[in-house]
Write a protein that binds this ligand. Structure first.
Ligand code: ARG
Length: 264
């Protein structure tokens, strides 16, 4: 019957509601040198869409996750201060445009299209898309979902792969402002599948006890590289970020964070 679905939906739904309620959060950290607030003490605003565990999520009123630890380690290593804000996904890019966000870390895949408008740091994580499907689904690749409803977070690479497969105006494509909403709708049967980043869907899979779904990788899904994003031309900040990234790659800090979240 559909009873397990309802239970699943409830479990996931409540979890997602709890994480969604904390949005709008903001937190300052880093430095702490105690020296007066001189001109060199600029605090850089980091934007993120904190509804994408394990990369970024609200934990009470705190923003936590892999990306948050990475960007803090980068800032520490490069010697600048940051304040992380839960901007949401689209507003993160708007914020960079308008200048009220200095840098973004949000599992953002480095794409040619985005590189026209923004500058990216060196990559700090590799990913790929996965398809979330009912456990008993016979589907083994994206093409077989033609005609089905597919949920994605709007303006993500998940949306891109679906558009690439079925066209920009594909009727079955359902876009959401955030990924948890798409997953939520999958569990209550409003979409037949969700396409999103592997580590995020795997994180859901780990949390949901009753695993009546599966994750499918399509051979056409390319490897993606996450980067930290800044406004185009902000090379001063970008250089600092890359310097910090280089340091935490060399001194093992990035690996330490990686192991904490993803194991060896
Ligand atoms: N990696 C994908 C992209 O860049 C999805 C990122 C979504 N991130 C988030 N925090 N919601 O399009």
């Amino acid at each position: 019957g559909k009873k397990w679905l309802a239970t699943l939906a409830l479990t996931v739904g409540v979890g997602l509601m709890v994480s969604a309620c904390g949005s709008g959060g903001q937190q300052a950290s880093g430095g702490g040198s105690g020296s007066g607030a001189g001109a060199g003490d600029k605090v850089f605003v980091v934007g993120t869409d904190a509804a994408y565990p394990p990369f970024e999520k609200m934990e009470g009123d705190k923003i936590t996750g892999f990306d948050i630890e990475v960007v803090q380690a980068v800032a520490d290593a490069a010697g600048f201060k940051i304040e992380v804000k839960n901007t949401g996904w689209d507003p993160l890019f708007d914020g960079l445009d308008k200048g009220n966000v200095d840098l973004g870390i949000s599992a953002v895949t480095i794409t040619e299209e985005r590189k026209q408008k923004y500058d990216f740091s060196d990559s700090y994580f590799d990913a790929n898309q996965l398809i979330l499907l009912p456990e008993d689904s016979p589907v083994t690749k994206l093409a077989e979902l033609k005609g089905k409803k597919i949920g994605v977070q709007s303006a993500t690479t998940g949306e891109q792969v679906v558009k690439k497969a079925f066209g920009d105006t594909y009727e079955g494509l359902k876009g959401y402002d955030d990924t948890p909403s798409a997953v939520d709708d999958f569990f209550i049967g409003r979409v037949d599948a969700v396409v999103a980043d592997n580590a995020v869907l795997q994180d859901y899979a780990k949390k949901v006890k009753d695993k009546k779904f599966k994750l499918v990788k399509d051979d056409t899904f390319e490897v993606e590289h996450y980067g930290i994003i800044v406004k185009k031309g902000n090379t001063e900040l970008l250089n600092k970020i890359n310097q910090g990234l280089k340091t935490i790659k060399e001194n093992g800090k990035l690996k330490e964070i990686n192991d904490k979240y993803f194991g060896q």
